[in-house]
Design a protein around this ligand. Structure first.
Ligand SMILES: [Zn+2]
Length: 685
């Protein structure tokens, strides 16, 4: 049944019951008939409270309930209209055994236990566990597990769950059974089970401490030859996690498994010890995959492995805090990509995503603060504000406190010996405390205010005083979620450079890092011998849109100069984007559908210089050769003025003219990259 009740953050209370250990017994008769016996040892915190378990009577048929080995009568419990199983008058410590029956083939939501192509598998985040049994299905209740799975060996030769397999035995009538033990406490949403016919690929990874982890990929039959790249990525990710964040895989099971099958319809899920991926996020070979497919697989594998710590070791306290794990984990996978493929490339990718997808969303009707105040269905909370915006907010904190200090604070926060829960505010406050940086305003604004701030730039150069003045006026976004956003200025880091006529930076304090904390901010720079060119938003770390007050916008010459000469490589890309954007927006405003080369000469010239520049690495060159995305162009037009047909025709025409004008350079570049050697995917390191 869909959840229709609105849940409020202000109503959050810790659970009054602990579910210390769960023994789950799955007896699989077929993909449409599974009997599940859940035996849980509970501990009650208060003298008197009803045990209230989550379930889904539409999918789970309750067969029997026993409390401390005595079967309860139907008078001793009740099922409420909102699908809760209520058991009053429980003892302080007790064992509850619930037998349920479910038909996974009827579970069309594919959340919980479901079947596809003869495979049975689970997706429990965020509230799927309740779709096959009754439980305290919330992220702040941790349990250890034993899981027994029994099925016909012919149909389900592999029976998988989290942790370590401690028993494997043959039963009568061609059936078999596996028992898994997971003594690393976890919330229900990280539980996983899979049963089916798979091919297995094995390898291992050894940490400097000597700890060796067995790595296993389970894939659809016939797909084993497509796992080589994924296995290399997993090892690279484990190595990076160890080197950068001091994260050693948190498990004493000694095995890290990934199931990658077509039947899993979500991208990937980080269940402890048993990740489950859609095969598209794992399988690749040189015949079928492009460079970007190889890179994407690398990113997703790293992202899910990072969750072993940011998510599974420190768990979001409630579903209002999803960005605690997702924003932070995207930030961490971006760091991995930066180290593996180059920092500039990663900065460009991040800025591209923010401008094309996140800013439009965060400026529209769906915007919400990073910490949600309420929700109706948790599934709607997995959006671009939870993921890339959350990452951008972490990146801004890292910029404010410094990379090393952020890393040290991270290591301390995640360094406990036991699994714990956290809120986003707790994590950010910990960073503030541990680095000595006052982040009160940052935390209050970024966690509770929705939308994208607008920074209006005003510049002035006084020749006689050799003085450059930068004024940054902050306009706060208005949104229905956070009317208080009208009142409080965001705390925003902004990195700038002042570039001299030779393309060299004038030295600035603090590497040019400015802190915007008020609605009006003025920064004065002395001893600047000539009017500098302002290199704004270096590294792309500022989560804001920019505009210029009258007379302060960079000229076309400024932008061309910066795109050719800015010492900050991100800014070379950004300056070209700005230049191209100005030209394209002008053509859009003129309602042009077809263009002549001279109308986009600035774009043609810039691209030609990138194609001819042999100092650029190929990744950066390919980013520099991309026009601003259509999403970004739309986001720069006034609401209600976008004409998609015109935009499409113009876009096609611009690309055709670029192709014709630069065909000899493109062809030369293409030919210079041709090779008869077999394709090898090579990250920078
Ligand atoms: Zn994630």
């Amino acid at each position: 049944m869909p959840q229709t009740k609105e849940i409020f953050l202000k109503d959050y209370r810790p659970s009054l019951f602990h579910a210390e250990h769960i023994w789950l017994d799955f007896v699989i008769d077929s993909v449409s008939d599974v009997v599940i016996t859940a035996t849980t040892t509970f501990k009650r915190e208060e003298d008197s409270a009803d045990l209230i378990l989550d379930g889904n009577p539409g999918l789970v048929s309750l067969q029997s309930i026993s409390l401390d080995d005595r079967e309860l009568t139907t008078e001793e419990y009740r099922i409420t209209e909102d699908s809760k199983l209520v058991i009053p008058n429980t003892p302080q410590d007790f064992k509850l055994r619930i037998v349920s029956r479910t038909d996974p083939s009827k579970n069309a939501s594919c959340i919980g236990l479901y079947t596809s192509e003869g495979i049975l598998c689970t997706q429990c985040e965020s509230e799927g566990f309740r779709n096959f049994t009754w439980a305290l299905d919330r992220p702040d209740v941790f349990s250890t597990y034993h899981v027994s799975i029994e099925a016909a060996e012919k149909d389900f030769p592999h029976l998988l769950s989290n942790g370590k397999k401690i028993l494997s035995e043959k039963l009568a009538e061609g059936r078999h059974k596996a028992v898994w033990e997971d003594l690393r406490p976890k919330p229900t949403y990280l539980f996983a089970l899979a049963a089916g016919k798979f091919d297995v690929v094995q390898d291992s990874f050894t940490y400097p401490s000597g700890k060796t982890v067995r790595l296993e990929y389970y894939v659809n039959e016939g797909d084993a030859h497509l796992v080589t790249h994924a296995m290399e990525c997993l090892k690279a990710s484990m190595q990076h996690e160890w080197e950068k964040w001091g994260h050693e895989y948190h498990s004493d099971s000694g095995v890290f498994m990934t199931l990658a099958v077509d039947a899993f319809i979500f991208g990937a899920m980080e269940n402890t010890g048993l990740n489950i991926f859609n095969s598209s996020a794992v399988l690749a070979d040189a015949k079928t995959a492009t460079d970007s497919a190889f890179k994407n697989i690398d990113r997703i594998i790293d992202h899910e492995f990072c969750h072993d710590e940011s998510g599974n070791w420190v768990v979001p306290r409630d579903w209002f805090q999803i960005s605690f794990k997702e924003g932070l984990t995207v930030f961490r996978d971006q760091t991995y990509s930066a180290d593996r493929y180059g920092k500039t490339q990663s900065q460009i990718n991040n800025a591209w995503g923010l401008r094309g997808a996140v800013f439009p969303y965060d400026s529209g009707a769906m915007t919400h603060p990073m910490v949600l105040q309420s929700y109706i269905n948790t599934d709607n909370n997995y959006d671009v504000l939870t993921y890339p915006k959350g990452a951008a907010v972490n990146r801004m904190i890292e910029t404010l406190v410094g990379e090393k200090a952020y890393e040290e604070a991270y290591r301390k926060f995640f360094g406990d010996d036991e699994v714990k829960t956290a809120t986003i505010e707790e994590y950010f406050s910990f960073i503030a405390q541990s680095t000595g940086k006052n982040l009160d305003q940052f935390i209050a604004t970024w966690l509770n205010q929705a939308g994208v701030p607008l920074l209006e730039i005003q510049t002035e150069y006084l020749e006689q005083h050799k003085q450059f003045t930068l004024k940054v006026n902050q306009t706060l976004p208005v949104s229905k979620d956070a009317p208080e956003a009208k009142k409080t200025a965001f705390h925003i880091p902004l990195i700038i450079g002042l570039v001299g006529p030779e393309g060299k930076d004038y030295p600035l304090e603090n590497g040019g890092l400015l802190e915007i904390t008020a609605l009006e901010n003025t920064f004065v720079f002395h001893n600047i011998p000539e009017r500098p060119r302002l290199s704004l938003n270096r590294d792309g770390i500022t989560y804001a849109k920019f505009s210029y007050s009258q007379g302060s916008a960079p000229s076309t010459e400024d932008l061309i100069f910066l795109s050719q000469n800015d010492p900050n490589p991100f800014k070379r890309w950004d300056a070209f984007q700005e230049q191209a954007m100005t030209i394209l927006l002008e053509l859009i405003s003129q309602k042009k559908e077809e263009v002549k080369p001279q109308e986009i000469q600035g774009i043609i010239d810039a691209m030609e210089s990138f194609l001819l520049d042999e100092t650029l690495d190929d990744g950066l060159k390919s980013s520099l050769l991309a026009l601003p995305g259509l999403g970004t162009l739309i986001d720069h037009q006034a609401p209600g003025t976008v004409d998609p047909i015109q935009l499409h025709k113009l876009w096609e025409s611009v690309n055709a003219v670029l192709g014709q004008s630069l065909s000899s350079h493109f062809l030369k570049t293409y030919r210079s990259k041709q090779s008869d050697a077999p394709y090898v995917f090579t990250p920078r390191k």
